[in-house]
Design a protein around this ligand. Sequence first.
Ligand code: FAD
Length: 387
Amino acid sequence: MRIIVVGGGVIGLLTALECSLAGADVSVVDRGGIPNPEATSFDRHRVLRALHPGPAEAAAAIEAHHRWAEVESRLGTPVYHRVGALTVLGPGEPETSAATFAELPGARRLTEREAAERYPQLRLPRGSRAVLERDGGVLLADRILAGTAAVLAGRPGVRLLPRHRVTGVEAPFGLVRLADGTVLRGDAVVVAAGLWSRELLGPDLTDGLTLYRQTQLMCTVPAASREVWRRTPAIPSLGTAEGAWLVPPVAGAPLKLSAAVACRPVERTGDRVAPREVRTRLVLHFTALLQGFRAEWIERAEDSYYLADRDTHGPVLGQLGDHNAWIYAACGGSSFKFAPLIARSLAHRALGTGPRVPTGLRAVDHPVRMPGELALSPHHSTTGVAP
Ligand SMILES: Cc1cc2nc3c(=O)[nH]c(=O)nc-3n(C[C@H](O)[C@H](O)[C@H](O)COP(=O)(O)OP(=O)(O)OC[C@H]3O[C@@H](n4cnc5c(N)ncnc54)[C@H](O)[C@@H]3O)c2cc1C
């Protein structure tokens, strides 16, 4: 069986690996390098935590924790730093439901005082509480992409085609058209084109998706506090109204700071330069939240982009007609941590073995029907000047 995967981000690469491990021949096509530094997946790190509002997502994240351990051993290099995850609940923020909490292995609740004693580098909001998860932590995103690409390159039956832009997919015939005129034919096609999906989908479908631009501060912590920071868990919420979060500096990666208020919808991708006012807002915010934080800690402020469903803010999976062709049309803001589950589900679909084990992620387990043909649309160019 021959599978064509369009897109060498975390979803495409792990799907290709699953298909290859199942014995299929696989071609991975990417408009950039494999990996492509412009991909949403391409960053130093991503957070994995199990605490989610819904028990199904929490269970999926726990499963993902185990699947990442498998990916790590397959890559043969440390890519998952299990420093745990700390979710701070601000004053008035609802308690984690008992059902969800019971699902989290080794999780414990911390009072404001316990959290402050344990993490003196944080200035937590008055009246906050926290949930500390033993499992979870930091995924080293760029190493995962490079490592998976390297493993794929060494596998029989795998063809990596970097710097080939896909201009069309004809699902009824398993055809994938490339910009240089080459046509690839497969028994199944999986498109995981990240935010560039908009260029392949028609305007009706694109209108249902929102492009987000997010500013992050990459920081070097002072030598005196490096040890404290190395032992800090990933903190997907610092309990503030602004939605502040941080990723600790592990494995040579910087301390990364951002907040929900630094994420805004935009029409088009542009440069990656952080606007001065967003940067200033983050600096003020983190000066209040982190002991000793100063703007001098910032190595660089950088913007990146992701595409999400307009209503759910999550991912979108589509089936092209009733054919064996699939498009992970939007990734949402948390597909990295679930990527091994999503990839396995996509591989099962493409291989015709079906999604044997549901992921627990609604959008992935219930794909929507999309047109059987995709073509690059000049009207929906993704690149341009950011508004
Ligand atoms: C600031 C930020 C923080 C985040 N934090 C987290 C987090 O902590 N935890 C988490 O789980 N998730 C997080 N996410 C989300 C996560 O990074 C994404 O959901 C995930 O990386 C998406 O991967 P992907 O493979 O779908 O897309 P991408 O990584 O964008 O890959 C798409 C690939 O397709 C290629 N491509 C596109 N069009 C074509 C074409 N026409 N022809 C050929 N190739 C094409 C591109 O070159 C690219 O390499 C974050 C996202 C952002 C922006």
